[in-house]
Design a binder for this molecule. Structure first.
Ligand SMILES: [Zn+2]
Length: 251
């Protein structure tokens, strides 16, 4: 009898492997989510309440965590990667902007919950987190995973080079397949641009440089113009965000 039960569980597991998309309403935005993962948050035991302070980028946000002092902290969304589009046919990075716009529309003014993986911070000192946002679905408030939401709707791909919880990796990969199959956003008509960008040669010289919250220049480590608010980022990212080289330390 036990063997039969296990077999039936296995069959059900296989049958329910792929994602069943459902439509959810997030303010003015309607988006896809996965029926199967509506209750994913129920498995999370440790989380922090936070408020969105700023959407820096589609995969990076600033938050105020209620358990921390009253200052904004930078959060990198685990497992979500947003292709940076800098291409002659897409000079404004419009696909990235679309992703940022989506993040802004969905996240701004939300009280969110953050949960964490084994690595608390990334190489730039940003908090690594899963971001949960409240939605009303069929008369109930549920917390859905924004990292997953962005991938399902084609605003980013599942990161294949970062290590994170294996069960989430599987879910994110499924979500990416769904978005690709439906040609959503980055997988749509401009996807050749994205593929070319991702497969193209990576910049050979892309060191870590340093910026500050208020400055417009990027610096070498130890430059006297770096204040306490120093943030480490890649050179390519500093240039993309419009920072210019410091004339003193000549990075
Ligand atoms: Zn400098």
């Amino acid at each position: 009898m036990k063997g039969l039960t296990l077999f039936l569980l296995f069959v059900l597991g296989v049958l329910s492997f792929s994602i069943t998309p459902i439509s959810i309403q997030l303010g003015d935005v309607s988006a896809y989510y996965a029926q199967e993962y509506l209750c994913l948050f129920d498995e999370v035991s440790d989380f922090t309440e936070a408020e969105i302070a700023l959407i820096t980028d589609s995969d990076t946000i600033s938050v105020l965590r209620s358990k921390s002092l009253n200052f904004a902290e930078s959060v990198r969304l685990i497992g979500l990667e947003v292709p940076k589009i800098i291409d002659s046919s897409d000079p404004d990075g419009s696909l990235s902007n679309t992703a940022s716009d989506f993040a802004r529309e969905v996240l701004v003014d939300k009280k969110i919950l953050l949960s964490y993986d084994s690595d608390p911070v990334d190489e730039f000192g940003r908090i690594l987190a899963y971001v949960w946002i409240p939605v009303e679905y069929q008369g109930e408030t549920r917390y859905i995973l924004f990292n997953l939401l962005a991938i399902i709707n084609g605003y980013g791909n599942a990161c294949t080079t970062c290590a994170f919880d294996e069960s989430y990796m599987t879910i994110f990969a499924e979500a990416e397949t769904l978005a690709r199959d439906n040609s959503l956003c980055i997988w749509g008509e401009d996807s050749s641009v994205v593929e070319a960008q991702r497969e193209g040669s990576a910049p050979t010289y892309d060191p870590i440089v340093y910026i500050t919250d208020t400055g417009t220049k990027y610096h070498r480590d130890g430059c006297r113009y770096l204040s306490e608010s120093v943030v480490a980022i890649r050179l390519s990212e500093a240039i993309r965000r419009g920072y210019e080289p410091c004339s003193v330390c000549k990075p």
